[in-house]
Structure formats: C-alpha cells, structure tokens
Design a binder for this molecule. Structure first.
Ligand SMILES: Cc1cc2nc3c(=O)[nH]c(=O)nc-3n(C[C@H](O)[C@H](O)[C@H](O)COP(=O)(O)O)c2cc1C
Length: 331
C-alpha cells in the first residue's frame, strides 16, 4: 500500500490518476481505472451535449461503485461550449471530484466548491499552480514539457517543474507528463508530488476505446515519436509524430502561418475519423514522450498493479539497500 496525501484526500487506493482525454475518457476506461483503485476522469467535452455527459456519468456508475471524476477542459475559444450546463450535469450527476484544465478556472472552481465538489486543477506552470491554489483548488496536477496535449510555452520538464511547484504549493499535488511505470511513480514522490497523473499510458490499455492500430503504433514508437505543433500560434500541443503532424510543422517552419493555414490538417473531425478507421498517419493524435516506455497493451488493472508493485519494490529494495544503515542491519 502506498498511502499519500492524494490517496487520503480523494479516497482512492493508489496515488495514480487518469487525466481527461478527448475521445478516450469514456465510461469503460474510467470505470476500469476506478475498479483498479486509481482515480479516472470522464472527459466532459467528449460528449456532444450536457445531456450526453449525464448519460456517460450514469454509464460509468453502472460499471463501478468506486469514486471517479469528470474533466472539464476550459478552451480559449471565441464561442465556448455551454460550460454552465456541463457543470450542472456534473453537479447533478453526484460527481465528487473534477479535474479542471485550461484558462481562468475561477468561476468553475467556485461553482464546484459551492456544491461540495473537490477540484484538481491541472496546469503547466508554477505561477498558474499558485494562482489555482489561491482560487481554492483542492489539489494541483502539474503537467511537464514531456506531456501529451498542451505542455504550455515555458518548456520546463518535470525534473524541474515538479520540485519547483512542490516548493510553492501546500495542497496535494500530482505530477503529470511522462509517467508510465513504477520508476516514474517513485521519482514523482521523491520530487515532492503525492502521486502521478497519466494520459498516454492509459490509452495503451485493453479498455481504452481507440483503434488497436493506434495502440500498436504507440508500443512501436520510441520517445522521439512526438511533434510539437501550434508552437508559432502560442498554443503548443504535443502529438504523435505522423505524416499530418510533420506537414503542420513544415507549414509553421515557413513562418507567418495562421490557424487557417493548418486547419484542414488539424481538424478534430479528421483526427476522430482517423482514430475510428485506424489510420495512424491521417489526423492529429495527442501522445507523449512516454511512448518510449510503453511496450505492451495490458488491462488497466494489470497496469496499475504493476506500477504499484514496481514502486514498492524500488522503495523497499533498491533505494533502501543504498542506505548503509539498512544494509548493515540486514547482515
Ligand atoms: C489522447 C489524449 C487526449 C487528451 N485530451 C485532454 C483533454 O481533453 N483535456 C485535458 O485536460 N487533458 C487532455 N490530455 C492530457 C492528459 O490528461 C494528461 O495531462 C497528459 O496526457 C499527461 O501526459 P502523458 O501523456 O505523458 O501521461 C489528453 C491526453 C491524451 C493522450
């Protein structure tokens, strides 16, 4: 058993979370994560309407009686989704924990907290973590440069970002970005985090509802198989390297690119279609550097059990044996 401030505060067995994932964070995966003793998040905006989200929450409840949460991603769009209605679906669905991510979370944090819901705010910079804590977040998930999706614009890897955030944050903190095994979990704990958040690793499990070809591609890929797109638009995203991501990078490299120049390549509908028909070269797909540490497609339970067992073995065995007084006591 690994007991941390995160497991205590959120009532889960293991210090492991599955962050929100567009198109992937659905009932089957989230329930499997919950049943394995970790904390999974249904991704609100994967559901086309708040009514669909209410149904997805119910579907998840039908598959598990363990705690799970909902991710609400706050997009910097001109015409935002009906956030208040999505929040209503979450509150009325009896959800007890929400992962927020993105810009200006205050109104969301206020509404959730007024309804007794705990908020884990995910962000990519120490200054944003500090202000989210000030806004009332119950925990922080700090996402390093290695992560899939949006790593921010500061390019600070976890090795620095996690302890730098731990120096400033008082509430429990999850380390996110680049985690996939027990070694990573122990490292995160050593750096001052209370647990880990994973995205890419959970995509490559039996229960993730994505085409098998994508899972096999991520197993085959190494740690170099990502591209950073939208760098020049100051909205960087780390995605799996493929023909489309390379085309986007080439257009951006020419300079002066606007969103409309790459829109046909990065359209969500195109990525979703690719994911459904299994063509890994067609469309943009969020994936992290941790692909280099992924070698199989286990069930979620096998994965979680393995990470925890490996972490305990490292702490009790390898690390403890390095401290001479323990080695002497064992002789
Ligand atoms: C396919 C995919 C989709 C994602 N979509 C979202 C999203 O909609 N909202 C969000 O907050 N994070 C999203 N993320 C980020 C994850 O929640 C998590 O922070 C990130 O994957 C951690 O890095 P890792 O992939 O190295 O574990 C996504 C990640 C992946 C792999």
């Amino acid at each position: 058993m690994l007991k941390t401030r995160f497991t205590e505060a959120f009532g889960v067995e293991y210090p492991i979370a599955q962050g929100g994932m567009q198109w992937v964070g659905k009932a089957k995966l989230v329930a499997a994560v919950a049943n394995a003793g970790a904390l999974g998040f249904v991704t609100a905006l994967t559901q086309p309407t708040p009514e669909d989200l209410a149904k997805e929450i119910q579907r998840t409840k039908d598959l598990t009686d363990k705690p799970f949460g909902v991710n609400l991603t706050i997009l910097p769009t001109i015409t935002p989704p009906p956030y208040a209605e999505y929040r209503r679906a979450i509150i009325e669905g009896g959800i007890k924990v929400v992962e927020t991510a993105g810009y200006k979370p205050q109104e969301h944090i206020d509404d959730f907290k007024a309804h007794g819901i705990k908020v884990i705010h995910k962000c990519t910079a120490v200054r944003h973590a500090v202000s989210a804590e000030r806004m009332g977040a119950d925990a922080i998930s700090i996402d390093g440069f290695e992560c899939a999706g949006h790593p921010g614009e500061d390019d600070i890897p976890g090795l620095i970002l996690i302890p730098a955030a731990a120096n400033k944050i008082k509430v429990p903190m999850l380390a996110s970005g680049g985690f996939g095994d027990g070694r990573g979990l122990v490292a995160a704990l050593a750096l001052g985090a209370d647990g880990i958040n994973m995205g890419t690793r959970f995509c490559v499990t039996q229960e993730a509802e994505i085409a098998d070809s994508f899972k096999q591609q991520m197993v085959a890929n190494d740690e170099r198989a990502t591209d950073l797109i939208f760098r020049t638009l100051h909205n960087t995203a780390r995605v799996m390297k493929n023909k489309v991501s390379q085309e986007v990078v080439a257009i951006e490299r020419k300079g002066g690119a606007e969103f409309k120049d790459v829109q046909h390549l990065v359209a969500g509908a195109r990525g979703r279609a690719a994911m459904e028909n299994g063509d890994t070269e067609d469309g943009i797909w969020s994936a992290g550097m941790v692909q280099g540490l992924i070698n199989d497609v286990p069930t979620v339970k096998e994965l979680v059990d393995r990470i925890v067992a490996e972490a305990e073995e490292i702490i009790e065995g390898r690390l403890q044996s390095m401290i001479s007084r323990y080695a002497e006591a064992a002789e």
